[in-house]
Design a protein around this ligand. Structure first.
Ligand code: GTR
Length: 378
């Protein structure tokens, strides 16, 4: 589908903001320039113009392991259910984490953490309900731990009630034009899960992947961009204000997303409705923030609303930052054929056949990539 389109919308014709130039006009020549000067600027541009701030202050964080059940999944795994409670100003929220850890791995295993915005049955700890959206058995079988939390624990996906959970702890955010909203809150939740994971000796916190589909993919990218503890960020069909370049205005646009989902992004972002060209960022800059860590972007061939070409190009236009770290680009200049994963050490992309969704095909490609990137021995 895409070769001609991809070439036509090169970064020049899209007039993308320059990744390798600081706001004061200095060229970013090496990884030190990126890490010491440009990286923080780009995070702040996304905070101030798109996703809103990420409040850090907490009075305390407490972990309650509610359940440890050995010998689940036919004796191959241990189930842990952990309540992660974040306290501020005498109030708190609880993130309910479901975590399966494979038994008998030679070393503490890597983890795939899903930001789940769909039905909670997607992450059924009893495994009576099994879905491709979170194929826990398949992931365990390949020697990975698998975790999930539901976004409603931090912010409901609802324009009237999104502020009833974590935003209660940060009332100032609601007043601020660049305050956190639902997508930011979901990313905040994944970071609190990471706060727990670093305390659990049964898994390897150096090898945690954050995964999200669609709106969850937008949150995963924003989370992975700022929270450098995540070694791998996976965006599945994240589309507008996820992996897709906003300036292409193909499929969902900034105005459409802000109109349909006013609770997802900051108030400032709404001022860019129909003004994509004036955004001081575009989404390739979000992908670039993962460097030198890994990022995998996936699209689906019939998911035109998410602009698969724009999702692919974001990875391509992020490559100059990976190159500063001596990391190779994707070994293709044009969008790969349907069904073929294309990967480098730290970048991955595939265009799955079919429509919008997170399927076993997608997960298998993520695990294939992680097998190499995480140097997994089983
Ligand atoms: C759509 C929305 C997309 C994407 C998707 C989803 O309605 O337009 O931005 O987030 O929902 O989450 O499945």
């Amino acid at each position: 589908m895409s070769t001609a389109v991809a070439q036509k919308s090169g970064s020049d014709s899209l007039n993308l903001p320059e990744l390798l130039r600081t706001e004061s006009g200095e060229r970013v020549k090496n990884k030190a320039d990126w890490q010491n000067a440009r990286r923080a600027e780009v995070v702040k541009l996304f905070e101030d113009n798109v996703y809103g701030q990420v409040p850090k202050e907490l009075d305390s964080l407490r972990f309650y392991t509610k359940k440890v059940q050995k010998g689940v999944m036919n004796g191959t795994a241990t189930l842990k259910e952990v309540d992660i409670q974040a306290y501020r100003g005498g109030d708190f929220v609880t993130i309910r984490l479901v975590l399966f850890i494979p038994d008998n791995t030679p070393i503490a295993p890597p983890v795939f953490l899903l930001i789940n915005h769909r039905d909670t049955t997607n992450m059924d700890p009893t495994r009576k309900v099994k879905m491709e959206f979170w194929p826990a058995e398949e992931i365990i079988q390949r020697g990975y731990a698998v975790a999930a939390f539901h976004v409603a624990d931090v912010a409901a996906d609802n324009k009237n009630t999104y502020d009833q959970q974590v935003l209660r702890l940060y009332p100032d955010q609601k007043q601020a034009a660049n305050g956190m909203r639902a997508i930011g809150a979901w990313g905040w939740g994944a970071s609190r899960v990471m706060d727990y994971l670093v305390t659990d000796a049964a898994i390897d916190p150096q090898r945690v992947a954050v995964v999200g589909h669609s709106r969850g993919g937008k949150a995963a990218l924003w989370c992975g961009a700022q929270d450098e503890r995540f070694a791998l960020t996976i965006s599945n069909d994240s589309g507008c204000t996820g992996a897709a370049l906003s300036r292409r205005m193909v499929g969902e646009t900034v105005k459409v997303i802000n109109t349909n989902f006013p609770h997802w992004f900051s108030q400032v972002y709404k001022t860019f409705n129909d003004r994509e060209k004036e955004l001081p960022v575009d989404q390739h800059m979000l992908i670039a923030l993962m460097a030198p860590r890994a990022v995998y972007v996936a699209s689906a061939s019939e998911d035109a609303w998410a602009d698969p070409v724009g999702e692919f190009l974001s990875v391509k236009y992020a490559e100059p930052v990976f190159k500063l770290f001596g990391l190779s680009p994707l070994p293709t200049a044009t969008q790969p054929t349907i069904g073929k994963a294309v990967v480098s050490q730290t970048l991955g992309y595939h265009l799955r056949p079919g429509g919008h969704g997170l399927t076993l095909f997608d997960w298998e490609r993520y695990m294939d990539f992680a097998d190499v990137y995480f140097k997994k021995t089983r």
